[in-house]
Design a protein around this ligand. Structure first.
Ligand code: ARG
Length: 638
């Protein structure tokens, strides 16, 4: 009963071997092209997914023809003849609607899903929904990027979730993706941490839980530093930290050895947590790994292009004008000190080097502190050059919260003024703030705490239904997986820029569009296959399944939604919004849940049961694929 579809002309950018709906769209476009006498490509661009039960809708005025739209609509409708793809046409004002012939659509959509799923396994680039539009292009996605010894805050969590999703999304769109974590592991704070470790550190605790221990040390030493300042006594701790950091930048082996252990141990702990979260990296970069030679290189370019100026904390110092005049050959009015992202980048006591971005309303970021040490921004500038030299990327994405909008704008601007060849290949993917990420124990500081809290909240939800809870095979693993799904879904269901409140109770509920609901929808699709197994086992050769039996409009609706999944993957890439995929998942889940009473499998005669089971199996495969794209682990039981 398998059929081949008649040949069609090719349209650039389509690939019916991955998105069979493309073939149906081309067929619709040929009608428009013929009746209006326009190119097939132009006609194709006007064929949109239909609304309210229509498969495709074309807005005729978009073609800007001399003839009135109403006349054109009439012409298209009257010249229409059905074929194996499109069997009906209708109109509504200046819109023309086309309907796909149901049997071929059902056959080819389901067979494509089935074949792709069998062949792809878990490979994102091959699974149904993927395309090859990014073939030959390389993207670096930088995300997560926590700071050693500092809290893993909500911004890091969002960056991790969104960045991992974007990496999957680019892979699914055929790009060659390098997943990069850029640790915050350099700067005066790490000089301070070394001082702190000498005072408060414990080897044992460091081995046992490096993330927590380094944080404790950091908190204590910061308190010491603050106290000295408040008490008005000599700020020895701060001075020492600066000295140690300077020694680190100068390559002092002893301190670097200690610092490397901090980094390695933290990295190992993080890796475990990332694995738990189903997130991975190809490269663990870090501020510390920006090569000194690259920093020098950046400086030479800045100097050569005459982009460096001086900046002082005390702008009225007598030698200010003189120094500035020496640098620039002139003495414009000095600018006020600009807030920087890195807390210690502005504490220069003497004369620092900066780039003047005042005319772009971006202030005057410090590139080198008065003691000659580097800053957050110069490490980003040099780091970008270093990455370009190594990877020759076509695009590099920084997934960082909107609180650093200014920082990203500044360093992108500096790179563009430097004339680097990749300035237009950089992109900042930002997101809004999360409020109230706290548990009973207070504000969350570590990634592990967030994951544990989600697990705990999920476990409580599950236990609230005693009967069901008893049936759960592995409550520990299940609550962990669903808990993480809930955190991720809550994070990705609104557009990125939307700020939201972290609410564990709400997000772990089974009511409403939550991660728990989504996992449940997938589990239910899996369980139908198990339940009917004693009587009905899906035939391995789908051509032996009679799809003419899928006559209900509900079945047709499901097929159509499944057919549009490849489009959804493309749309998500265009707007780089995880919510596009999340919405699709919920739409599919709701549709399936409304089908259970209509498309019953259990107790039906074999042929009908086979056809329906095939439909559910394909729906499960698409939902699973979409969930994996979102970095979730779809559960089979719960
Ligand atoms: N480690 C930084 C922070 O926690 C985020 C790094 C963002 N990426 C970058 N290339 N600056 O604030």
């Amino acid at each position: 009963m398998a059929s081949t579809l008649p040949p069609l002309p090719h349209v650039e950018g389509t690939d019916s071997s991955r998105c069979v709906l493309d073939a149906f769209r081309i067929s619709a476009a040929t009608r428009i092209s013929k009746s209006l006498g326009i190119s097939l490509a132009d006609a194709f661009a006007g064929v949109d997914l239909g609304k309210k039960g229509n498969d495709f809708t074309v807005a005729i005025p978009r073609f800007r023809q001399k003839t009135k739209p109403a006349e054109l609509v009439e012409k298209i409708v009257s010249e229409f003849t059905p074929d194996e793809y499109i069997d009906r046409v209708s109109s509504d004002g200046s819109f023309v609607h086309f309907g796909c012939k149901s049997l071929p659509l059902t056959r080819h959509v389901l067979d494509q899903i089935h074949a792709k799923t069998q062949a792809a396994g878990n490979k994102q680039s091959e699974s149904y929904g993927s395309n090859v539009s990014g073939k030959g292009k390389k993207v670096i996605v930088e995300y997560s990027s926590p700071n050693i010894a500092k809290p893993f805050h909500a911004g890091h969590l969002r960056s991790t979730i969104i960045g991992a999703f974007l990496s999957n999304l680019y892979t699914a769109n055929g790009w060659d993706v390098t997943r990069m974590n850029y640790f915050g592991d350099w700067g005066k704070q790490y000089g301070l941490l070394a001082v702190g470790f000498e005072r408060y550190g414990s080897e044992e605790k460091l081995e046992a839980n490096p993330i927590m221990h380094l944080f404790e040390v950091y908190v204590k030493i910061n308190a010491d530093m603050k106290k000295e300042k408040e008490d008005g006594v000599p700020e020895v701790t701060d001075e020492k930290a600066k000295e140690v950091f300077k020694a680190m930048e100068d390559g002092d082996e002893k301190i670097l050895g200690l610092w490397k252990r901090f980094r390695d141990l933290s990295l190992k702990s993080y890796e475990k947590l990332y694995t738990r979260l189903n997130v991975g990296f190809d490269v663990y970069a870090g501020e510390s790994l920006v090569e000194p030679a690259q920093i020098d290189n950046a400086f030479s370019i800045l100097k050569e292009k005459n982009l460096l100026t001086t900046k002082t904390k005390d702008e009225s110092r007598p030698d200010w004008d003189k120094k500035r005049a020496q640098m620039k050959g002139g003495a414009p009015v000095p600018a006020p000190v600009q807030e920087s992202v890195d807390d210690d980048d502005n504490d220069q006591s003497g004369l620092a080097l900066a780039v003047d971005l005042e005319k772009f309303k971006l202030g005057k970021p410090v590139i080198q502190k008065s003691d000659g040490t580097t800053t957050y921004i110069v490490r980003d500038i040099a780091g970008a050059i270093q990455r370009y030299e190594k990877y020759h990327f076509d695009k590099m994405i920084y997934v960082v919260g909107d609180q650093q909008d200014q920082h990203l704008k500044m360093f992108f601007k500096v790179l563009s003024m430097m004339g680097v060849p990749f300035a237009d290949k950089l992109e900042h993917i930002n997101f809004g703030k999360v409020a109230g990420m706290s548990t009973r124990k207070g504000e969350v500081k570590f990634l592990e705490d967030i994951l544990d809290a989600a697990k705990e909240a999920m476990m409580a939800q599950m236990k609230s239904n005693d009967e069901k809870f008893k049936l759960i095979e592995d409550p520990e693993e299940t609550s962990d997986q669903i808990g993480m799904t809930c955190v991720k879904i809550q994070d990705m269901q609104s557009t990125r820029r939307t700020a939201y409140e972290f609410n564990l109770t709400r997000m772990t509920s089974f009511e409403g569009d939550t991660g728990a609901y989504l996992q449940y929808a997938h589990v239910r699709l899996c369980s139908i296959v198990r339940k009917v197994a004693p009587v009905i086992v899906l035939r391995t050769d789908p051509s032996q399944i009679n799809l003419e039996l899928l006559t209900e409009p509900k079945a047709r609706e499901i097929v159509y939604l499944l057919a549009t999944y490849p489009d959804t993957v493309k749309t998500a890439l265009r707007n780089q919004e995880p919510s596009t995929i999340v919405s699709y998942c919920f739409k599919l889940s709701h549709l399936i849940s409304s089908a259970w009473e209509i498309l019953i499998v259990m107790g039906q005669e074999q042929e009908l049961a086979q056809a329906r089971l095939y439909l559910y199996t394909c729906a499960r495969d698409v939902l699973s694929s979409a969930m994996r794209l979102l970095t979730l682990t779809p559960l089979e039981r719960m």
